[in-house]
Design a protein around this ligand. Structure first.
Ligand code: NAD
Ligand code: ZN
Ligand code: ZN
Length: 343
């Protein structure tokens, strides 16, 4: 089959021919119907060894497909069924996994369990091997191409936002920094889940326009005037919740500077920035956290929200052969919404 692999540091992802995978006991083989391209793939391609990732690596940690074959002992799935893949695979039995929080599995590292596309062979291929049926959620009528970003670009913001919801009462403000793949879905999620006023920040005019089109009340250039602008828009008080989908030094500085007293600041982006939280460096009693992906039940909730028509995802589609181009365009900041590979 065709697969898009990262084979060597310094080289771009390439389309290669690899053997067709076959499901072993307990595994499920999917014919991939859609696979998303995430900015985190660049983090992986910079330093795979530090992340414990071996090469070559078939990319793609957002996947959807139809069930093509079942390994021995797998029940409860029909051949041809359309499903989304829950990506942050865990052991399934530790206390976190027992709560569905496989993203925080305490044994995954020790057991060598890696998510698809982040260690295990990923979804940007014709077929994807899924390690267990519990990592599949039926799409149940949802379009795989428009829904596949929900498995990460939807699930990650959903998990970050859900914890902040008690602060997002009427009259409150949420700031979203970076209206890219994750950020534009975050804006839609905030609008669907809370009455908060949403202020989006980005460095690109086009992304600011996208932010407004998916529901941001205000779109503000992410420059050295951004903090003053957010303060002005919030009567000087700041935002009750801040979601940084860039996580680079300039944005973590903005994220902490726009936080209100008792705000919740989530640094989601992996951009080498660090939030300074010493006394006087952030508003009183503000908290900063660094959430990772989301739980199995949260993925079900995100897909339910999409099925209810409450969530709009902007996608640009590419064929498998065009996947290297999708990565180049994402690197240039030139994807509006999420790039989705359709094999
Ligand atoms: P993306 O490339 O689609 O979007 C990034 C956006 O940030 C773009 O719109 C870009 O214009 C904007 N941007 C860049 N510099 C900016 C600045 N200084 N101020 C404001 N906006 C700026 O990326 P993505 O796929 O949405 O991923 C976003 C980040 O989240 C990446 O760092 C990725 O690695 C990370 N991520 C983290 C998790 C997690 O679980 N914590 C999960 C997925 C992705
Ligand atoms: Zn990702
Ligand atoms: Zn576990």
């Amino acid at each position: 089959m065709k697969a898009v692999q990262f084979r060597e540091i310094g080289r771009s992802p390439e389309v290669v021919e690899v053997p067709d995978p076959e499901p072993g006991p307990g595994q499920v083989l999917l014919k991939v119907t859609a696979a998303g391209v995430c900015h985190s793939d660049f983090v992986v391609m910079q330093s795979p060894a530090e992340l414990g990732i071996g090469l070559p690596l078939t990319l793609g940690h957002e996947g959807a497909g139809t069930v093509a074959a079942l390994g021995a002992g797998v029940t409860g799935l029909e051949i041809g069924e359309s499903v989304a893949v829950y990506g942050p695979w865990g052991c399934g039995t530790c206390p976190e996994c027992a709560q569905g929080k496989e993203n925080y599995c305490r044994r995954a590292a020790a057991l060598g369990i890696r998510p698809p596309g982040l260690g295990a062979p990923g979804a940007i291929a014709e077929y994807l091997l899924v390690d267990a049926p519990r990592h599949l959620v039926p799409l149940d009528g949802l379009d795989p191409v428009r829904s596949v970003p929900l498995t990460d670009a939807g699930l990650t913001p959903y998990h970050a936002i859900k914890a902040a919801l008690p602060r997002l009462v009427p009259g409150s403000t949420a700031v979203v920094i970076g209206a890219g793949g994750l950020g534009h879905v975050a804006i839609g999620l905030l609008r669907a889940l809370s009455p908060a006023r949403v202020i989006a920040l980005d460095v690109s005019e086009r992304k600011l326009a996208l932010a407004e089109s998916v529901g941001a009340h205000e779109a503000v250039p992410s420059d050295d005037r951004a903090v003053a602008r957010v303060r002005e828009l919030t009567g000087g008080f700041g935002a009750q919740a801040v979601f940084d989908f860039v996580g680079a030094p300039p944005t973590t500085a903005i994220a902490t500077a726009v936080a209100a007293t008792e705000a919740d600041v989530a640094i989601v982006g992996i951009g080498g920035g660090a939030a300074r939280v010493g006394f006087g460096e952030i508003a009183y009693d503000a908290s900063v956290r660094s959430p990772y992906w989301g739980s199995r039940s949260e993925l079900i909730e995100v897909l339910d929200l999409a099925r209810a028509g409450a969530l709009e995802v902007q996608v640009e589609t590419f064929s498998l052969d065009e996947a290297p181009l999708a990565y180049r365009r994402m690197h240039a900041g030139d994807i509006n919404g999420r790039a989705v590979i359709v094999p």
